[in-house]
Design a protein around this ligand. Structure first.
Ligand SMILES: [Zn+2]
Length: 416
């Protein structure tokens, strides 16, 4: 039997721009077959999904999550202790929370061992693009995920393993991180030659590479090595945030996808020593706004990803706050929305099937309550979520809505 669903809204954003006068999206067997004006008649026999005052968008895409992190305090530290069944349970719970928030595709950039690769293409759950464990130095940032290496032979073997296991992307920790004790976010973890080896070998196998980099030096090395994306891109140094004009030009000219991992939910005021640390690394909200504004001015390709799962300030489903933070940093409304739909699909390698309201694309759709063009917090109010042409169970609210949007300069949040 053919499954036919019509989704109608008086306002619609197609992944790149607004559709005047809204849209009626017709989906058959999981695919969009037509995008008509909202006033077009619904063919007889089609199930209709609509919600008064709502806005239609493609299902959101979170380009940076950690499904094996449970989004509670100490999430990353617990990874190594999970038994397989516990890990699967965490991943499934994470995916359901993402879906409830209107996120229909996620890119997992670091799981324990390769647990998340088995969660791609599960009916009724968001689509998953996955890297497996990030490649890191032995004892380095997130080494407890199982991706620690030392020496070029192990680096080569690590890329080979990801290719053999069918990973969609290679993630490498080019600098230390905030969430792993004993690593230094100000220092690179790999040399230029080592990064080049990874990038060249991955590209030869058809895999993109994205690099976690807080340190300015690590960002510069990753760009020189030819990575496709940079996560965080904090550009921190002992002298604070620095973004040399040459680096900004390279990021823009090479079309490197920068995911600044903005957003989060309110946490109780952090203790003074943590605030000082975050200030030193450059991760206070006002510092992030300043940095992202520079990327925007420089024409850098920005993609939204929340880093969901790593801690209580980053629960799964928090992506709307990343979009809001990007808009507040000056990216502009349409670019902020595109960063979590069309642009995110392109960056995740799904630009021909997801992230756009277009015939032939997957019918992953989101109705939000209200008008995001006037008030982006509408994104935190999913009214209906459609996954592969099927309306999935409604949900009263998302993580972002429950916990409040993080915008104030008095709150702080960290990054892995
Ligand atoms: Zn991360």
């Amino acid at each position: 039997m053919t499954a036919r669903l019509a989704v109608r809204a008086e306002r619609a954003f197609d992944g790149e721009r607004w559709i005047r006068d809204g849209a009626l999206v017709l989906a058959e067997n999981g695919r969009i077959v037509a995008v008509e004006p909202a006033t077009a008649p619904v063919p007889s026999g089609w199930q209709v999904v609509e919600h008064p005052g709502s806005t239609l968008l493609p299902g959101l895409i979170d380009a940076h999550v950690h499904l094996s992190g449970d989004g509670e305090s100490g999430a990353l530290d617990r990874l190594a202790d999970y038994r397989d069944a516990e890990l699967d349970s965490v991943v499934e719970t994470s995916l359901r929370a993402q879906l409830a928030a209107g996120v229909t595709t996620v890119r997992d950039l670091g799981c324990r061992r390769f647990a998340v690769l088995g969660w791609r293409n599960r009916p009724g759950l968001p689509a998953v693009v996955a890297s497996g464990p990030p490649i890191t130095v032995a004892g380095g940032h997130c080494a407890n995920m199982g991706g620690g290496v030392s020496g070029t032979a192990q680096l080569r073997a690590a890329v080979e393993e990801r290719v053999e296991r069918g990973a969609d992307v290679v993630k490498i920790m080019a600098s230390g991180g905030v969430m792993t004790a004993g690593t230094d976010p100000f220092q690179p973890q790999f040399s230029l030659d080592e990064l080049r080896l990874v990038v060249d070998q991955a590209h030869a196998a058809g895999l993109p590479v994205t690099a976690h980099a807080h340190a300015l030096a690590a960002v510069e090395l990753a760009v020189a090595a030819g990575v496709d994306g940079i996560e965080h891109c904090t550009c921190g140094s002992r002298d604070g945030f620095r973004l040399p004009a040459g680096l900004l030009n390279s990021l823009a000219a090479l079309r490197i996808a920068v995911c600044p991992t903005l957003g989060g939910v309110r946490v109780p005021s952090p203790p003074p020593h943590l605030l000082e640390f975050l200030r030193g690394v450059g991760l206070l909200p006002e510092q992030e706004r300043h940095r992202v504004a520079r990327f925007v001015e420089g024409g850098v390709r920005l993609v939204s990803g929340s880093d969901a799962g790593i801690g209580e300030f980053k629960p799964h489903g928090v992506l709307p706050t990343s979009i809001i933070a990007l808009a507040e940093a000056g990216a502009g409304l349409d670019a902020a929305l595109a960063s979590a739909t069309a642009v995110a699909a392109d960056v995740c390698g799904l630009g021909r099937s997801k992230g756009r309201l277009r015939a032939g694309f997957d019918a992953d759709l989101l109705l939000v309550d209200g008008d995001p063009s006037g008030d982006l917090t509408a994104l935190t109010r999913p009214a209906a979520v459609v996954l592969a042409g099927q309306r999935v169970s409604g949900h009263a609210g998302s993580a972002a809505q429950d916990a409040g949007v993080l915008t104030g300069s008095t709150t702080a949040h960290a990054r892995d």
